[in-house]
Design a protein around this ligand. Structure first.
Ligand code: PNW
Length: 476
């Protein structure tokens, strides 16, 4: 089992989860600032106001990356730091932009390759108020295109770009369940606004078009001189039939991945939505205009894969409710014969199953013609981690084993199955603001002491990745 010689690996973070500095140097608010201010939305009532204070600790973060051997760092930009109101006719905040220009310079000087995510969920709040944010099919893609252009122009040294992180989360958690900002849902006990039967599919469509626009601008105006690559990052879990003898469960396994991943990947690789989604959603799923197809089809230089877990899938019968987004099926932790998918973690949705990673890498490769894959996130929380004393927290053997199992499964997919995986980012470089779960759930390979000036304490897992990758990456 092995990974290719120039395989690149490192750690990932996202702006709102680590930066803090919410009002520093002219940053405007994002939808997450507003969402956190609504009582009851975040488990511990917290926000990203201070988070890991990374906005003020770039040197410390780069030193940390260097000390644990990272070759690359994936981070995201705060759109409202760069254009506080967000729109294409709104002013640019030079200080905010300069912050990222310098950060990239400093990373490169330290020998670390930057991978920039343009959008990791923190839409400028003004755009949500001005025209409904992601729900606006015309304005949102144009404003995103403008923001992307501003950034490409300012940071020519970055050669690796990701447009959107997990559009599934933005669409479903933001507009169906209301679990994430902006919190829209049909459930009136949670939100006064929202239509879970339509809005998530509209948001997803507009994200795809915005992605297409940003890629077109990169390819036409910047790629010829800068020579970088651009893609989108999609999340999705592996699936196994609840009853392997039941063809309907086997079929539901594919449908589950289609509703999560192919929703975005099929338009990007084939120019249309999966048939299973069209069949269930009818005209609630928008139709691509020819202009939109031209923007979206063929718009990935690489496939960004975020992956954490697996589920058993049991098909449902009858007509699914209007707010169903899974594809008329159930996701379960136990199979019919009583097998468990994996051990519990601190995250209700996450249980480790490394074989699932290998199987999903194969599924994606077969469907999309063996594209170049960067695993842009993979990692785990640990049940009860936050309640342990520091000396126990840094002995995170559960996380060490998770990375060991997952990286080896990926190496087998590469050398034995022919999957074209070229990079890997562990989520996350440090504990951070875990969205609606606040700070209780930790994903970091570094412990952040929020009670003691956000001091960083590398855990065992932080130091485990370098020897692990050294042992599987080919030397010639
Ligand atoms: C990813 N779910 O999101 C994100 O890209 C990160 O920002 C996040 O911190 C990380 O995973 C760990 O959660 C997900 O509820 C968040 O199924 C939630 C879900 C899936 C992915």
């Amino acid at each position: 089992m092995s990974l290719p010689k120039d395989f690149i690996w490192g750690f990932a973070t996202a702006s709102y989860q680590i930066e803090g500095g919410a009002k520093s140097d002219g940053r405007g608010p994002s939808i997450w600032d507003s969402f956190c201010a609504i009582p009851g939305k975040i488990a511990d009532g917290s926000s990203g106001d201070v988070a890991c204070d990374s906005y003020n600790r770039t040197k410390e973060d780069i030193d940390l990356l260097k000390s644990i051997g990272a070759k690359a760092y994936r981070f995201s930009l705060s759109w409202s730091r760069i254009i506080p109101l967000g729109g294409r006719n709104d002013p640019i905040n030079q200080k905010g932009l300069d912050h990222y220009v310098k950060f990239v310079d400093d990373l490169l000087e330290a020998g670390i390759t930057p991978f920039i995510t343009l959008y990791h969920w923190d839409l400028p709040d003004e755009l949500d108020k001005r025209y409904g944010g992601l729900l606006n099919r015309v304005e949102f893609p144009l404003d995103f295109e403008n923001y992307a252009r501003v950034v490409y122009k300012a940071i020519p040294k970055c050669k690796n770009w990701i447009t959107f992180n997990e559009p599934w989360c933005s669409s479903i958690l933001g507009y169906s369940t209301g679990y994430f900002a902006p919190g829209h849902t049909s459930d009136r006990s949670k939100s006064a606004v929202g239509d879970s039967s339509r809005e998530p599919w509209t948001a997803g469509h507009n994200l795809l078009v915005a992605h297409g626009r940003a890629v077109k601008v990169y390819r036409e105006e910047f790629k010829p001189t800068q020579g970088g690559e651009i893609g989108i990052t999609l999340n999705g879990d592996a699936t196994y039939p609840w009853d392997p003898e039941d063809p309907a469960d086997v079929e539901a396994c594919d449908r589950k991945i289609e509703f999560a991943i192919s929703w975005f990947a099929d338009p990007i690789y084939f120019g249309e939505y999966p048939a299973s989604m069209r069949k269930q959603l009818g005209d609630r799923l928008p139709t691509f205009t020819p202009e939109e197809v031209a923007l979206v089809k063929g718009s990935n230089d690489f496939y960004g894969m975020n992956h954490y877990t697996a589920n058993y899938i049991k098909h449902k019968t009858g007509t699914p409710p209007d707010d169903d987004f899974l594809g008329n099926l159930e996701t379960l932790f136990y199979s019919k014969s009583g097998e468990c998918i994996g051990e519990e973690t601190e995250s209700f949705w996450l249980r480790p199953n490394a074989q699932g990673f290998r199987d999903l890498l194969n599924w994606l490769s077969k469907r999309y013609g063996y594209p170049k894959i960067y695993v842009t996130e993979n990692g785990t929380s640990i049940k009860g981690e936050s309640d342990l004393p520091l000396e126990k927290i840094v002995e995170d053997d559960f996380r060490v084993k998770y990375f060991d199992d997952y990286v080896k499964a990926m190496a087998k997919a590469s050398s034995e199955d022919g999957v074209n995986v070229q990079g890997y980012f562990a989520w996350s470089l440090m504990d951070n603001f875990e969205w609606a779960e606040g700070y209780q759930t930790r994903f970091g390979v570094t412990y952040v002491d929020y009670e003691d000036q956000q001091k960083r304490h590398p855990k065992k897992s932080a130091k485990s990745l370098k020897p692990l990758f050294d042992s599987v990456i080919k030397t010639e």
